[in-house]
Design a protein around this ligand. Structure first.
Ligand code: 6R9
Length: 656
């Protein structure tokens, strides 16, 4: 990584904040200085945004690195902070959730007072089912309000939730239930996917058979389809939660009480149960939400399109927005049901002001064509965000122009399940953003780009993204496996690698620092290509391809090559309406050579209808490498749609 190409993509466009937003921004430039002067003091100030039953005596205990403790001795109730606090402050009638079901017309409006009742009832019902502080509860639900209620009810009781994405298989679900020894599973008969009911309960039934820890299964009736029933184990939500007492007194818990476990899908190995705790996590989720989305609780309507099964759903649907008293939209379905304008129809209907989505979605919208969002009134939007993958500069520009009306700031937010909350991002009222760059670490975050020896690379250099100081919402460990926690994140650099006494967190991503000191994320270091002695980032070649007007999306891999070690092989999806002519491949190869340099020119370009993606929308380059090297495919269980690989492999065989 250290010798990343010198003539990398150069992006010079820059977009300053709109004047009015800058003048009224929640967080101003001084925050950076304040945090640099006194990082722990800065975080203590942010923690005071929450309600604590007992104040902490020490901000950070880092005496046993890499195991951090934040806000030692502090006590709080996370659910109280997300719900009751707002009701007690007289904001009970404010809408917390505008829920939009997948079937058109299926909607619910839930105020903070409603949410308080629902969470209290669920907490009472869970108590009756035997759940108490310290227990683990698995949640396997579609995107319905009960998912939020279930998470908050666990938090209220000091129990630890483990949300498993509703699209996961029996294997994935049972592995996660088993690893956490979950006592109760909360699920539904099913959910809706692309207009049809899709069952969930059979998967839970099979998983529960394999998991002796499961005592009770709490089932929400969503689709009304028939379900198998295990007497004594299964209980209906509407017969328990909805009949439970609406009063419940929240107990305070220790700042380090485990709040949730969320599994990251390792590519081959056993998934890692990332553990987050209460006080530090909520502090950073809450503050970053206020800072990066510049929430004005009285006027904003926020919408994050992620699923609650991913960390983005945890931090920026549940804990960040609700702890700030936001009003938000939650949508159950997919962007193309019943038509490709559904997202824009929702923005228009609820007059959404703040939108948070992923590059994979943005590139899909580019592929579908500009005319679709153009049919809707998107003028309510005042800020739009991106998360999940590097956003290619052209996708950023497309997003700002076609969705943000060429007015709104775009916040490209870098973070991970492990970091718990946003780490690198523009501040919308301060930063002049560059398309494709996540810009700078947020105040209080010491992200750096380093070489093999953990030395900061100078402006213009590339290397590994690391974090040098602990942060409040950092993962505390991998559930049940402290050694793996150390090995995975702390043994590449610094003290954990036997060098010096500084503990350095290795994020696994490559990054570069441009001449102005701004950060560009280059994807996972495992994906970096080595071509004729040069490290080339897949992200940069992909961005070069996407900057061609005919390309909507691209995935690039390094395939073994006898002369150059690896050769660049590109898979591209064309924009709506573009004909795939024979000259196109040559045109694109030349375009990459011109934009980056001849060394990055793809050996081969394949036009494909789709790309293999994980269920959270990240491109799985590993599988494309298998195709490019004519190998049989590795593990495809985390693929969103496994038929995609047949389409791609067939295209490859015919040499298209
Ligand atoms: C929040 C989330 C984490 C990985 C991370 C990186 C990639 C996320 C990004 C980004 C470039 C961004 N990533 N946001 N890369 N720019 N703005 O996605 O968590 O699912 O754990 O994935 O996603 O590679 O390391 P998670």
């Amino acid at each position: 990584m250290a010798d990343t190409l010198a003539n990398l993509l150069s992006e010079t466009r820059q977009f300053p904040p709109p004047d009015e937003l800058a003048a009224n921004a929640n967080v101003k430039a001084e925050a950076y200085d304040r945090a640099t002067e006194d990082r722990l003091g800065f975080w203590a100030e942010q923690a005071k945004r929450l309600h604590w039953n007992q104040e902490w005596s020490e901000v950070l205990d880092w005496s046993n690195p890499p195991f951090a403790k934040w806000f030692i001795g502090g006590q709080l109730n996370v659910a109280y902070n997300c719900v009751d606090r707002h009701v007690e402050a007289g904001r009970g009638s404010k809408v917390a959730i505008y829920w939009e079901g997948e079937p058109a017309g299926d909607t619910r409006e839930i105020t903070y007072a409603d949410l308080q009742q629902l969470v209290n009832q669920a907490a009472n019902a869970l108590t009756d089912l035997g759940v108490s502080a310290g227990d683990r509860v698995a949640i396997y639900l579609p995107m319905i309000p009960e998912a939020v209620v279930a998470m908050l009810a666990c938090a209220r009781l000091g129990a630890t939730h483990s949300v498993v994405f509703g699209g996961f298989s029996v294997e994935a679900l049972s592995g996660r239930i088993d690893d956490a020894n979950a006592k109760v599973v909360i699920t539904a008969d099913g959910g809706y996917r692309r207009g049809k009911p899709s069952a969930l309960k059979p998967t839970v039934d099979e998983a529960a058979e394999r998991c002796p820890s499961v005592e009770k299964v709490l089932v929400v009736r969503r689709t009304g389809e028939d379900v198998a029933w295990t007497e004594g184990r299964d209980v209906w939500w509407h017969e328990t939660v909805e009949r439970a007492d609406t009063a419940h007194t929240a107990q305070p818990f220790d700042a380090e009480n485990p709040l949730f476990i969320l599994y990251t899908s390792g590519t081959t190995a056993k998934p890692k149960g990332i553990l987050h705790t209460s006080g530090g996590y909520l502090t950073q989720a809450s503050w970053t939400y206020n800072a990066v989305f510049d929430l004005k609780p009285d006027t904003d309507v926020y919408w994050c399109t992620a699923d609650i099964g991913w960390v983005t759903g945890h931090s920026y649907i549940v804990y960040g927005p609700l702890s700030n008293g936001a009003t938000q939209v939650i949508y159950e379905g997919t962007p193309d049901t019943p038509h490709r304008g559904r997202f824009w129809e929702i923005v228009d209907k609820y007059k959404v002001t703040l939108l948070y989505t992923a590059p994979t979605a943005i590139r899909t919208f580019m592929k579908w064509g500009d005319d679709i969002p153009a049919k809707f009134d998107l003028s309510s939007l005042r800020l739009i965000g991106s998360v999940g993958e590097p956003i290619n500069p052209e996708a950023w520009i497309w997003y700002r122009k076609n969705i943000g009306g060429d007015r709104t700031p775009v916040v490209d937010t870098w973070w991970q399940t492990e970091t718990g909350a946003i780490m690198i991002s523009p501040l919308p009222g301060v930063t002049s953003a560059k398309p494709g760059s996540a810009m700078t670490p947020l105040p209080g975050i010491s992200a750096d780009v380093v070489d093999d020896e953990a030395k900061s690379v100078p402006a213009g250099g590339g290397g590994f993204l690391v974090i040098r100081e602990p942060w409040p919402s950092m993962l505390r460990t991998i559930w049940g496996d402290d050694q793996r926690f150390i090995d995975t994140y702390w043994s590449r650099f610094g003290a954990g690698a036997g060098n010096g006494d500084e503990w350095i967190y290795f994020a696994g991503d490559g990054a570069k620092r441009d001449d102005d000191g701004h950060l560009w994320l280059l994807g996972r270091v495992d994906d970096v290509m080595l071509v004729s002695g040069h490290n080339i980032s897949t992200t940069e070649v992909e961005s070069a391809l996407v900057s061609h007007p005919k390309v909507a999306e691209a995935a690039v891999v390094g395939a073994t090559d006898p002369t150059t070690t690896q050769a660049v092989v590109a898979f591209v999806i064309l924009r709506g309406g573009v004909d795939d002519g024979d000259e196109l491949a040559q045109e694109l190869r030349n375009h990459v050579a011109k934009t980056i340099g001849p060394i990055a020119k793809p050996r081969q370009i394949m036009v494909v209808p789709e790309l293999p993606k994980t269920r959270s929308g990240k491109i799985m380059r590993r599988l494309l490498r298998d195709v490019a090297e004519n190998r049989s495919l590795g593990d495809v269980t985390t693929l969103q749609d496994s038929s995609v690989m047949d389409l791609i492999s067939d295209g490859m065989k015919t040499g298209k």
